[in-house]
Write a protein that binds this ligand. Structure first.
Ligand code: CA
Ligand code: CA
Ligand code: CA
Length: 337
């Protein structure tokens, strides 16, 4: 029925397996594996922890339901108020997260269609209530079309392995600018998740002009940081678009106007599964020109920056080195053509 891993000298608790369903929960460094679906047979206690057989003890878990929109898949929405899920529909979203924890999911997660279909991998962080540059927990998660950030099963709320406490909550995406709550959020042990709705204009985020305002009045993470350095600017991000285009294997002439770069790319601003020089670069340029703080409408504006008190560990050093190598290759090819 359950397995309690606990160094207790005078008591032992054995595992009784009645039903194959179940999961695990962790609290205070103690992990419990449990099964579900049976009536309450008996109650056990050890080390001050009580467990009812066959039931999830809700107050052992904390759970959180961040809601967020990405601007890219909201630029030309097929359904109003829903992000496009073109990457999923084309089978391009990898089952391994592109972020540092390399979390994985089952491919069947991407079979779901409709409001809860998966848009892409996203990244969340919980930061110390006393120091908003200290990341207590960070992990990959999945984003549904309606904005729910969910666990790697594609449906469950996130159950981060941390104590109930107040945290700053960060959400981020590989080619959008990350955001953080301006105040701490109380995340408690409860059967209902703590909701942090970043799509709501009333949820105040850290910094200035941290999010784009969508035509429907909702807020969304700014799209266009194709090189993932936390700034949206012409030189850096348009180079990344060029790199992905001219290094695409079947683009044998290294043409910048090659239009068949299909797949899962960092430089795909709209998350539509295709990278094209005109599409992506026009949008990046438009975003820079219309950025509210760029009052001189300069294409060379360089202060369109991610509003976080310190960078998030979104990508691995390995990935960054790989990107630099790709950029150098692309520049060499461009110079030789
Ligand atoms: Ca949903
Ligand atoms: Ca950038
Ligand atoms: Ca695209």
């Amino acid at each position: 029925m359950l397995l309690l891993v606990l160094p207790v000298a005078s008591q032992t608790i054995e595992k009784f397996s009645i039903d194959s369903g179940g999961a695990s929960a962790t609290a205070g460094g103690i992990q419990m594996l449990y099964t579900i679906g049976e009536v309450n047979v008996q109650e056990l206690s050890a080390g001050g922890i009580s467990i009812s057989e066959g039931f999830i003890n809700a107050d052992l878990k904390i759970s959180i339901n961040p809601k967020m929109f990405l601007q890219g898949p909201m630029l030309n929405p097929a359904n109003a108020d829903l992000m496009n899920d073109d990457l999923r529909a084309a089978g391009y979203i990898p089952t391994t997260s592109p972020y540092t924890d390399a979390a994985t999911c089952n491919a069947s997660v991407f079979n779901v269609t409709g409001d809860n279909a998966i848009v892409d991998w996203v990244w969340i962080e919980l930061r110390d209530k006393n120091n908003d540059t200290t990341v207590i927990l960070s992990q990959s998660a999945l984003l549904q079309r309606d904005g729910d950030v969910v666990a790697t099963d594609g449906v469950s709320n996130l159950s981060p392995n941390v104590s109930a406490d107040d945290y700053y909550v960060v959400v981020n995406h590989k080619n959008h600018l990350g955001i953080m709550t301006n105040s701490t959020v109380a995340i408690d042990k409860s059967s209902s998740p703590t909701i942090v709705d970043f799509t709501d204009v009333n949820t105040i985020t850290y910094g200035t002009q941290a999010q784009a305002t969508l035509t429907n009045g909702n807020m969304a993470l700014w799209a266009g940081d194709t090189n993932g350095d936390g700034v949206i600017n012409f030189s850096g991000d348009i180079n990344r678009v060029l790199t992905d285009i001219i290094l695409f294997p079947s683009n044998s002439s290294f043409s910048t106007s090659y239009d068949f770069v299909d797949g899962y790319f960092q430089s795909d601003v709209f998350l539509d599964g295709n990278v094209s020089f005109s599409n992506e670069n026009n949008q990046i340029l438009l975003s820079i020109l219309l950025y509210p703080l760029n009052t001189s409408f300069s294409s060379q504006y360089n202060l369109f920056e991610e509003q976080l008190p310190s960078p998030s560990a979104l990508r691995s050093a390995t990935q960054l080195n790989l990107d630099i190598q790709r950029l150098e290759n692309a520049i060499e090819i461009l110079n030789n053509n």
